[in-house]
Design a protein around this ligand. Structure first.
Ligand SMILES: [Zn+2]
Length: 300
C-alpha cells in the first residue's frame, strides 16, 4: 500500500558499530607469499594448513558433512562428481589471525572468506567458531553460487540472497540469534524496509567508509522513520536482516519452494514477480512479503 509508505514521523538515531558480518567474497585469487602449505586431500576438499596438526582430520570430516547436508537441506540439486578431483574446493587455514588479515587484505571484522573464482575458502586456525559457523557459511556461499550459475551463467546473486543463504546454513545457535536480533531491532528502532535491504550496494558502502547513510525503517507499530547509520552498522544490520528474511521463507514455506524462488531470481525475474510466481497465495507485492516477515519475527 503505497500511501502508507509516507514517513509518519522522523526519528534520528546515530548508531555505531555493534557487530559484524561473518565474511566477504573476494573477486581475485589471493597472494600467499612465503607460506609453505601442508596439504591434506579429501574427497571434495583439499585442506591447507601452515603446519602439520591432527586437527585436519576433524576439519575434513566436518567439511564433508557440510558438503552433503547443506545442499540437501537447501534442496539445491547436484550431480554425482560435483566438487571432485580437480574441482575440489581448497580450504586455506592460516596459523594466525594477523597473517590471515595481512594476506587476504580483509577488514578487521572478517573471520573467513570464500573466493568463488578460485574455489577457495580462507580462515585461520583458532577462529573461534570456525567449525560451526565460518566453515558452513563459506561452503554454503560456494554451493549457492554453483546452483545459481548453473541456472544462469551470467547472473550474479543479489547480496541479500547470497548472504542470507550462507547465514542460514550456519549452526542452530546462529539461526536463533539471527531471528532474535532481528526481532529486537524491530522492537527497538524498527527494521530496514525490504526495498532498502535488497537495493543495498555493498561495494559502494565499503568504498565510502566515512559517510553516513540515511535509511527508512519501520517500527513495530508500522510507522516509518529515518535512521542514520554508520557504514559498519548499515552492513551488519543488512546482513542480519537478510539472514532472517531467508529464514522466514525457508521456515514458513519450506526449502523446495525456496530453491524454486532462487531459480526464478537467477532467471533475472524482479523480486516482486518471483515472489508472486512462487508464493502466489501469500505475496502479491513487496509489502506482503515485508508484512509476513515482520509477523514471523513477532511470533512467540
Ligand atoms: Zn558471507
Amino acid at each position: 500500500m503505497s500511501a502508507a509508505r509516507r514517513p509518519l514521523f522522523m526519528a534520528f538515531a546515530l548508531v555505531f558499530f555493534a557487530g559484524a558480518p561473518a565474511c566477504r567474497c573476494a573477486e581475485e585469487p589471493l597472494p600467499q607469499d612465503g607460506i609453505f602449505w601442508v596439504e591434506e586431500k579429501g574427497e571434495h576438499f583439499l585442506l591447507y594448513t601452515e603446519y602439520e596438526t591432527l586437527d585436519v582430520r576433524e576439519i575434513m570430516r566436518v567439511a564433508e558433512k557440510f558438503y552433503r547436508s547443506i545442499a540437501e537441506r537447501l534442496k539445491f540439486p547436484r550431480h554425482d562428481d560435483f566438487w571432485m578431483w580437480d574441482d575440489r574446493v581448497k580450504i586455506y587455514l592460516f596459523a594466525a589471525r594477523e597473517t590471515y588479515l595481512a594476506q587476504t587484505g580483509e577488514p578487521e571484522w572478517s573471520v573467513g572468506m570464500a573466493d568463488y573464482a578460485a574455489r577457495s575458502i580462507y580462515s585461520y586456525m583458532d577462529s573461534p567458531k570456525f567449525l560451526t559457523s565460518v566453515l558452513p557459511h563459506e561452503i554454503a556461499h560456494l554451493i549457492f553460487r554453483d546452483f545459481y550459475k548453473k541456472e544462469n551463467e551470467l547472473a550474479e546473486p543479489p547480496f541479500w540472497l547470497d548472504e542470507g543463504v550462507a547465514q542460514w546454513a550456519e549452526d542452530k545457535e546462529t539461526k536463533d540469534e539471527l531471528k532474535k536480533l532481528a526481532r529486537e531491532t524491530l522492537e527497538k528502532q524498527g527494521l530496514l524496509t525490504v526495498s532498502d535491504i535488497v537495493l543495498l550496494n555493498m561495494d559502494y558502502v565499503k568504498k565510502n567508509p566515512d559517510r553516513l547513510y540515511f535509511r527508512l525503517a519501520r517500527t513495530v507499530k508500522g510507522r516509518y522513520s529515518i535512521i542514520i547509520l554508520s557504514p559498519d552498522v548499515l552492513l551488519s544490520t543488512s546482513y542480519q536482516e537478510a539472514g532472517s528474511l531467508v529464514g522466514y521463507l525457508i521456515e514458513t514455506f519450506g526449502a523446495h519452494r525456496f530453491a524454486e524462488f532462487c531459480r526464478e531470481i537467477s532467471r533475472e525475474k524482479a523480486l516482486s514477480n518471483a515472489l508472486r510466481g512462487v508464493y502466489p497465495k501469500h505475496f502479491q507485492s513487496l509489502d506482503d512479503f515485508e508484512n509476513g516477515w515482520r509477523a514471523y519475527l513477532l511470533q512467540k
